[in-house]
Design a protein around this ligand. Structure first.
Ligand code: FES
Length: 142
């Protein structure tokens, strides 16, 4: 066996040895324990009652992506947006008194559902679908 044949044999064997590991990882990422069959993911760290009291909840590392939950006290509804500003990427914050999302970096403003109301941002925030079961909040990419 020459050097080229040896490298080819070890290379194929190494790839075969890694295959179950790679397949196992991909399968694990397809459905986490918190993900329901309908694709919704349970929000951990806050309940509906807590959100109603607090007004908003930020989880930059949620399984669906950066997530900001908003309790709109006027409509008594929950909105879920990606809080990454579409202008230059700052994290927008919920202003409970004014009932708007405001960017801390520039005058950008959005409605609770992520619609631009004040420039410079030109695009709306991306949003998530929301559902509530009892006191538990679930989100899903829209
Ligand atoms: S980064 Fe938000 S308005 Fe500029």
């Amino acid at each position: 066996m020459n050097r080229r044949e040896f490298v080819a044999l070890v290379g194929v064997g190494g790839a075969m040895a890694c295959a179950p590991e790679i397949l196992g990882t991909a399968t694990d990422q397809e459905m986490t324990p918190a993900q329901a069959a309908d694709g919704f993911v349970k929000v951990t760290g806050i309940t509906l009652k807590e959100l109603e009291a607090k007004g908003s909840f930020l989880d930059k590392k949620s399984p669906v992506g950066s997530l900001l939950l908003i309790w709109e006290k006027n409509t008594k509804k929950i909105s879920a947006v990606n809080p990454t500003c579409t202008h230059e990427g700052c994290t927008v914050k919920w202003n409970t008194g004014a009932q708007i999302l405001a960017c801390p970096c520039h005058p950008g403003k959005f409605t609770a559902t992520g619609v631009v109301t004040n420039k410079p941002p030109k695009r709306n925030l991306s949003t998530y679908q929301v559902k509530v079961e009892k006191d538990v909040i679930f989100v899903k990419k829209a």
